[in-house]
Design a protein around this ligand. Structure first.
Ligand code: FES
Ligand code: FES
Length: 164
């Protein structure tokens, strides 16, 4: 990662990473958070910013397959890594992912603000533990807050998508 100084004296980095399966290279300010990079620079608005301090999970994305709160990570930390946002979570053939289908059929979405983060967290769990139990799912989703749907339908949706 090469670093230089902008006219304003800020450090600028040449960031190389993969975003939803495509290699990309961007110049970014060292103080840019990952969520600012995703929504502002990449224009991927599916990732939401709720609390901005690691409490709600609305901003969750996958970095090298691990669910992280993008409001707590700096964009430069993405260098050399693979980012997957909600836009990159797809089913076979590019259609809806099984989690997206089951969230719809189980009625697990109301306003939808928390949904990208819940799906990202669930995807991270099911990738590393395809046979996750209800308790595993509950534990994984403790960092994702939903203020309208309630969690029963979300848990049912993740259970339904398990193994698909
Ligand atoms: S916006 Fe990142 S955890 Fe709430
Ligand atoms: S569906 Fe509205 S916050 Fe979860």
């Amino acid at each position: 990662m090469s670093e230089s100084k902008s006219n304003a004296g800020l450090s600028v980095f040449a960031l190389k990473c993969a975003v939803n399966g495509e290699r990309t290279e961007r110049e970014i300010c060292s103080s840019r958070s990952l969520i600012e990079f995703i929504r502002g620079d990449l224009g991927l608005k599916g990732t939401k910013e709720g609390c901005g301090e690691g409490e709600c999970g609305a901003c969750m994305v996958l970095v090298d397959g691990k669910a992280v709160n993008s409001c707590l990570m700096m964009a430069v930390q993405l260098h050399g890594k693979e980012l997957v946002t909600i836009e990159g979570i797809k089913g076979k053939g590019g259609g809806l992912h099984p989690l997206q289908k089951s969230f719809m059929t189980e009625g697990a979405v109301q306003c939808g603000f928390c949904t990208p983060g819940l799906i990202v967290a669930s995807e991270a769990l099911l990738r590393r533990n395809p046979g996750a139990t209800l308790e595993d799912i509950k534990l994984e989703l403790t960092g994702n807050l939903c203020r309208c749907t309630g969690y029963e339908k979300v848990l049912s949706a993740v259970e339904k998508a398990r193994g698909k």
